[in-house]
Design a protein around this ligand. Structure first.
Ligand code: C2E
Ligand code: MG
Ligand code: MG
Length: 765
């Protein structure tokens, strides 16, 4: 916002004073012309007026405001004119002066003053339009040369064969052209910067026109050089007035470069036309036209080349802003634009969101180069599978979005499955594993809501995808129930945050235990502690129903602490009772990287916990997510004597050889292997190999999810150390576990007890 630094009254006085000086100056010039005043007094008075003007301009240029720089340049122009006036007075007073010296001074100083004025005007345009055109000078010089060429052409037209172009005339043409450019720029600034009603610009334009007229009249010999000198001094006086006059604040205009571009082409065409016309005249009289016109064409062509380059890079920037660098697909911005467009048109479309499963793991395990290649392969595979009229984009990370012309719900789901199948064909590494993907779909019709925005469609597809991922489905269609599920999840999150933050985890969270039996002896070697949520409304909730929410709410540390305290207390109690049962506790991704875990474990050890009776379970996936941190943390755990189990072994991308780096004590074969053991010979071979390798590495092997005797027999034959599963017992509350153990000891109890749904009795020893 503009500000006026000096009070308006001060400005008014100053501008009035300068006006008076201008009027007096004009009167003196008239007297001088009429011969009333001699050469010396007029030159002296010119110098006086120029001095006053320069002083006023310098003073105004020092006042800080947004146009300060403009007046700095104008003050410099005034200083040049002042110097010329001083030199002219010197010439008048001097005895021996070469003829034409005065004119030379006026010529040179005039040209220089024009250059400085032009720079001031460029700055004025910049501060008023916030438009910086780096080609301003090239434009100005080219246009000036074109004008000079035109004037020379006119002169050549009228010239006789004998007349030659004098240097004085040449300079005069140059000054005229320079003034012409200053005038044009003044008018351009007025138009572009919204200063059409600014009297300052008009004042300047008026004297410039006057000076141009004087310049022409002098050149053709109607007026003497006296008028020219007086004109330049008048210009400085008007500039001084303009600097002092009160100005209305103007908002910077949002100008475009269009007028500049148009101007560039006008100059180019005009210069070419001038050159063509000159070619029809005699060469002797047109050398100046050719030089000026030729230079103008060169200058303006350079400008055009730069304009074209700018345009090309602008087009490239636009293109870049809409494409994804890695895959060359459309990016999120382009996709949402397209979605908004079709949504606004009311077109019926299906929006798909496809997210690769465990992509982070691939990245961490094999490096970003492999991750990037996987994304590129996925992109090209999807692209080749697209039907006509579909759009595909990568939204970021491992998320792809598709837009298909309207399909009915069954067809949409079928399509989702075929997309997932197509992606499944992409290999992570040549000869390596395949990727899987989760797909969320949103069909506007299913939700019975019309008028949904593109962004909302995408959000729904995302919610459906998330639901698919968290429930292990491949494809999920968005419906209102899913939205309800989302709201329910939000409610559940609030509730668990309440419980965990109020320090009353014990009131609603429970630890259930599932025994782990030694295969050879059948003795209970350990138990796995598995958390449950006894929800006041919804009953006993399994971890799958809330662990994700806990993790996302950032409360996993609190929950882990609760389970660890409860389970280790129980381990110590068993130990005191002479029942050496190991307790296994699951760690989550965030607990493994949480330094508070070690503080807690040290506290428990200090309170008498035996590290050897605790096993900490981490999943492969979790270890892969942050291998360095994970290895460091697991070493800390091992140093304290805790057991370390690799849970869900065989579901990740890791290999046993990688696990050599980890100080693990146990491998837990995932249930997905156990269940196929009796039916799939290949699985049996894999397990056999794993057991052998694990034993060589001195690792205990536990098989999870054992549900029948046949499987148990195979596991025994393969040399597995321990088993855990429904065959022995489901995870049960402590009291039920105690009963189960008692029953086994006396031989009165069946091998398995049903899942404990009843309320947990007070924790019994
Ligand atoms: P997990 O660590 O792999 O635990 C084994 C899961 O397999 C348990 O599910 C258990 O009930 C189930 N299971 C055991 N034997 C059988 C069987 O014979 N057949 C079948 N179908 N399933 C069997 P649960 O208790 O629902 O726990 C699921 C997962 O939640 C656990 O998988 C573990 O990763 C996580 N989890 C449980 N408690 C905690 C905890 O306190 N902290 C953390 N961070 N994660 C936990
Ligand atoms: Mg576990
Ligand atoms: Mg497991």
């Amino acid at each position: 916002v503009s500000q006026t630094a000096s009070p308006p009254t001060g400005r008014r006085t100053l501008s009035c004073a300068v006006l008076v000086v201008i009027v007096v100056n004009v009167v003196i010039v008239a007297f001088g012309a009429a011969g009333v005043l001699g050469e010396t007094p007029t030159a002296g008075l010119r110098l006086l007026v120029a001095t006053l003007a320069a002083v006023v301009l310098r003073r105004q240029a020092r006042i800080a405001h947004d146009e300060r720089l403009v007046w700095c340049w104008f003050a410099r122009a005034a200083t040049v004119v002042w110097a010329a006036a001083a030199a002219q007075l010197g010439l008048v007073l001097a005895v021996d002066v070469p003829p034409g010296a005065g004119d030379a001074v006026v010529s040179v100083s005039g040209l220089l003053a024009c250059v400085l004025l032009y720079q001031g005007l460029i700055v004025w345009n910049r501060v008023s339009t916030k438009l910086a055109d780096p080609g301003d000078w090239l434009n100005g010089i080219s246009a000036g040369l074109a004008v000079a060429a035109l004037v020379h052409l006119l002169i050549a037209w009228r010239a006789t064969e004998q007349s030659t172009l004098s240097w004085a005339l040449n300079l005069s043409v140059g000054r005229f052209a320079a003034l012409f450019i200053v005038l044009g720029t003044t008018l351009t600034v007025a138009a572009m910067a919204g200063l059409v009603r600014d009297p300052r610009l008009w004042g300047i334009a008026l004297v410039v026109v006057l000076l141009m007229a004087v310049e022409v009249a002098t050149a053709v010999g109607v007026l003497s050089g006296y008028w020219s000198s007086s004109g330049w001094v008048l210009l400085t006086a008007v500039l001084a007035w303009a600097s002092a006059v009160h100005r209305r604040p103007v908002r910077p205009q949002a100008a475009t470069t269009q007028s500049i571009t148009v101007g560039t082409f006008v100059v180019l065409l005009a210069s070419v036309a001038i050159l063509l016309l000159a070619s029809r005249l005699s060469p002797a009289s047109t050398w100046a036209v050719v030089v000026c016109g030729g230079l103008a064409v060169v200058g303006v062509s350079t400008r055009v080349v730069r304009l074209v380059a700018d345009l090309a890079s602008l087009a490239q920037t636009r293109q870049d802003a809409l494409t994804d660098d890695l895959t060359g697909l459309a990016n999120r911005r382009a996709f949402t634009q397209e979605l908004d467009r079709v949504a606004a048109e009311g077109a019926q479309v299906a929006v798909y969101l496809l997210d690769l499963d465990r992509f982070k793991e691939v990245n961490d395990r094999f490096g970003h180069a492999v991750g990037d290649r996987l994304l590129r392969r996925t992109a090209s595979t999807l692209r080749s599978a697209l039907p006509h009229g579909a759009a595909l984009a990568r939204l970021g990370g491992d998320e792809f979005a598709l837009l298909l012309p309207r399909v009915d719900p069954d067809e949409a789901v079928r399509w989702g499955h075929s997309l997932a199948a197509v992606v499944h064909g992409v290999v992570v590494l040549d000869g390596g594993g395949h990727v899987t993907a989760s797909v969320g779909i949103c069909l506007p019709s299913v939700t019975d809501v019309t008028d949904v925005s593109g962004g909302e469609l995408l959000r729904r597809a995302d919610a459906a995808m998330y639901q698919a991922k968290s429930t292990g489905q491949v494809v999920r269609l968005y419906d209102d129930a899913l939205d309800r599920a989302g709201r329910e999840a939000a409610l559940l999150t609030d509730e668990l945050v309440d419980v965990l933050d109020s320090g009353s985890a014990t009131e609603q969270f429970r630890v259930h235990y599932q025994p782990q039996l030694d295969l050879a002896s059948g003795a209970v070697a350990g138990v796995e502690a598995l958390v449950r949520w006894q929800h006041p409304r919804r009953g006993l909730l399994a971890p799958a129903e809330f662990l994700d929410l806990v993790e996302r709410a950032g409360r996993m540390g609190t929950l882990t602490e609760f389970v660890l305290r409860t389970a280790t207390e129980q381990a110590s109690r068993w130990r005191r009772q002479g029942v050496p049962v190991r307790v296994a506790v699951n760690l989550s991704a965030s607990s493994l990287t949480d330094p508070r875990l070690l503080v807690l474990l040290d506290e428990l050890l200090g309170a008498g916990l035996h590290a050897s009776s605790v096993v900490l379970e981490v999943t492969e996936t979790l270890l892969m997510a942050n291998p360095e941190r994970a290895v460091a943390m697991t070493e800390e755990l091992r140093d304290r004597g805790f057991g370390l189990s690799i849970d869900d072994y065989g579901t990740g991308y890791s290999s046993l050889s990688y696990l050599v780096d980890l100080p693990a004590t146990e491998v837990k074969l995932d249930r997905s292997f156990t269940v196929r053991l009796t039916t799939d010979e290949r699985v049996r071979q894999i397990v056999a190999g794993t057991v052998e390798l694990a034993h060589r590495l001195d690792l205990r092997v536990i098989a999870e999810g054992v549900e029948d005797e046949a499987t148990l027999d195979v596991l025994r034959a393969l040399g597995v150390d321990e088993t855990q599963g429904y065959l022995h017992s489901r995870p049960v509350a402590l009291a039920d576990l105690a009963a189960w153990m008692d029953g086994r000891r006396t031989g009165a109890h069946p091998r398995a007890v049903p899942l404990a749904q009843r309320a947990l009795r007070a924790s019994a020893g």
